[in-house]
Design a protein around this ligand. Structure first.
Ligand SMILES: [Zn+2]
Ligand SMILES: [Zn+2]
Length: 223
């Protein structure tokens, strides 16, 4: 049996080259996206590749951040094109079954300073075909800090409030995707992570399931 020795878990499927599906993991600030990606890295076989976040690549490279509308548009155009290329490379060369995207191009709508139509027009893309590039979308909801807006702690609750606004803008941006699942914030983060990991697992071909289901189940909180 062929064993593909990439990733932290060996894969026993003989088909070492899979056609690559793009699956997006997105969500509002503080929703735990990074932690879920880290868990995915450990749980799944090497046929799940995790793509770097475009915004991080852009800012690590020193892209200018102007606090103006023109500056915000420049950043979003930059992110859009980097994201497209990172995804394209995964589809062309990774042979992974799932390329897990740390946000997708549609997220840019949530940060665009003008109307959505202007985003599509500026980037010269059709919204429907852009959405259809992604096989599935998983949205992790930003939790409500202390159950919601808390006047006792203005500084902290203000940022929690803003995080929820961004969460809602990202929800709106992806609203027309036919295969989106929303993982609501629960009091237990692990419960939320397990739900997201199961959703990712459901996108994998059976040959790549391996022990991932077992590993995810063992991480699940016991009721
Ligand atoms: Zn595999
Ligand atoms: Zn496989």
């Amino acid at each position: 049996m062929a064993v593909l020795e990439v990733g932290s878990h060996h894969c026993y499927c003989k088909q070492e080259r899979h056609a690559t599906k793009l699956v997006v993991l997105t969500g509002g600030p503080g929703a735990g996206k990074t932690a879920v990606l880290e868990m995915a890295r450990r749980v799944f076989c090497g046929h799940v590749t995790i793509l770097p976040e475009a915004a991080s690549l852009l800012f690590a490279g020193g892209f200018p951040r102007h606090p103006t509308e023109a500056g915000r548009r420049a950043v979003q155009r930059g992110i859009f094109h980097i994201q497209r290329e990172v995804e394209r490379l995964a589809v062309e060369e990774s042979h992974a079954a799932v390329a897990l995207c740390d946000r997708g191009t549609i997220d840019g709508l949530a940060y665009w300073p003008d109307a959505p139509e202007s985003f599509w027009h500026d980037l010269n893309v059709d919204p429907q075909s852009e959405l259809s590039r992604y096989d599935a979308v998983i949205h992790l909801e930003t939790p409500l800090a202390n159950g919601g807006y808390n006047n006792q702690n203005p500084l902290r609750s203000e940022s929690a409030y803003e995080a929820r606004i961004i969460n809602d803008r990202i929800l709106a941006a992806w609203k027309d995707h036919s295969r989106r699942s929303i993982v609501s914030s629960t009091t237990d983060f692990l419960d939320k992570a397990v739900t997201a990991l199961k959703r990712i697992a459901s996108e994998l071909p059976t040959c790549c399931h391996g022990r991932s289901t077992e590993v995810i189940e063992s991480a699940a909180p016991k009721a």
